[in-house]
Design a protein around this ligand. Structure first.
Ligand SMILES: [Zn+2]
Ligand SMILES: [Zn+2]
Length: 345
């Protein structure tokens, strides 16, 4: 089969490898759609190395059809259309027990410890089946949508961590796929005003299409002035940082009202070190938090919201490539010209 093999930082290509052989408690996924994520870009460029193996095949946003079923697996049949929740917690550590299975101390993930979705076939390990990480898709849900359940589930976690609720005035920094998913979820959660800040023209147009109330180009407009104008001088209740730029964290903190919450959703390159004025947090009683991955409940919620037509992920797909053209897909993603870029092997 064909797979994208990552040999090291900036060293990857599509090559012929052996088709995975499954054990009797595993299943084999024939990949139909596999999406490239911002995290994948950071891995491919060597900016994220934690839990990354060389050589390996990455890719953690995938859907497809079950092609082989191990003899001991009773809950699935050949031909089942499924989406894979790739991050699998241990269910035994303190974090799992205290409701943070997404941040499990011993979590393993398809696309990290197990070979991932940038391949024609993926071996789905027994623990993924045992803990319910193979999620059947309704017939009307496309494979593209099935693959995008993963980033949507992470955004559901983000919306919860930010505590977005009825009548909140929300700022979303960055209108890439993640910002645009947060925008839709914040609307569903009842936000009364959503301001989106994004320097790329095509992405601002997407934010408009998905119903942002105020759209700002921070390169040519004064974001702080606009935020204050639209919040009676208070600042917003909740902020989602959907872009991992350390240099803007400090200015962004100043856009929250006193007692507001800022969720640093996007991962930062390296350690993400930056300078912040701690007194902004102190005097304004700002809550600062982060988000990693998703719980299985978030994943099931994502699949359910997509199936119910409550979140539109399919219009986020801007480009689709064959696996042989992975490098082109990567370049498109990196340029910011694409919104969500998919591989359909
Ligand atoms: Zn992802
Ligand atoms: Zn755990």
């Amino acid at each position: 089969m064909k797979a994208v093999v990552l040999y090291g930082a900036n060293d990857f290509k599509t090559v012929e490898v052996d088709k995975p052989v499954i054990n009797k408690d595993e299943v084999l996924l024939k990949v139909k759609a596999s999406a490239i994520c911002g995290t994948d870009l950071r891995i491919l460029e060597g900016k994220k190395t934690k839990d990354v193996r060389y050589p390996s095949t990455i890719g953690h946003e995938m859907s497809g059809v079950l092609e082989e079923i191990g003899a001991d697996v009773k809950e699935f049949a050949v031909g089942d259309r499924v989406s894979i929740a790739p991050v699998i917690p241990c269910h035994g550590c303190y974090y799992c027990l205290s409701g943070r299975e997404n941040a499990c101390q011993n979590r393993v993930a398809i696309g990290y410890q197990f070979d991932g979705g940038f391949a024609e076939y993926v071996r789905i390990p027994a623990i993924a089946i045992k803990y319910g990480h193979v999620v059947k898709l309704a017939d009307h849900v496309s494979f593209e949508e099935g693959a995008l359940a993963e980033p949507l589930s992470c955004c559901i976690n983000g919306i919860k961590k930010a505590g977005i609720t009825l009548n909140d005035r929300v700022l979303i920094v960055g209108a890439g796929p993640i910002g645009l998913m947060h925008l839709q979820l914040a609307k569903s959660a009842g936000a009364s005003k959503i301001i989106v800040s994004e320097p790329i023209d095509s992405r601002r147009a997407m934010a408009k299409k998905f119903g942002a109330d105020i759209i700002v180009n921070p390169a040519t407009e004064d974001l702080k002035d606009i935020v204050m104008q639209h919040t009676d001088g208070y600042g917003v209740d909740k902020i989602i940082m959907a872009i991992g730029v350390p240099a803007i964290v400090n200015d962004t903190l100043k856009l929250a009202r006193k007692g507001g919450t800022i969720n640093l959703f996007a991962g930062f390159a390296g350690t993400g070190e930056c300078t912040i004025e701690a007194n902004v947090i102190h005097y304004n009683e700002i809550n600062v938090n982060g988000t990693t991955a998703f719980t299985r409940l978030d994943y099931l919620s994502a699949v359910s919201l997509i199936a119910a037509g409550k979140v539109n992920v399919k219009d986020l797909v801007s480009h689709v490539y064959k696996i042989d053209d992975f490098t082109k897909a990567y370049e498109t993603c990196k340029s910011g010209e694409g919104v969500k870029v998919l591989i359909e092997p």
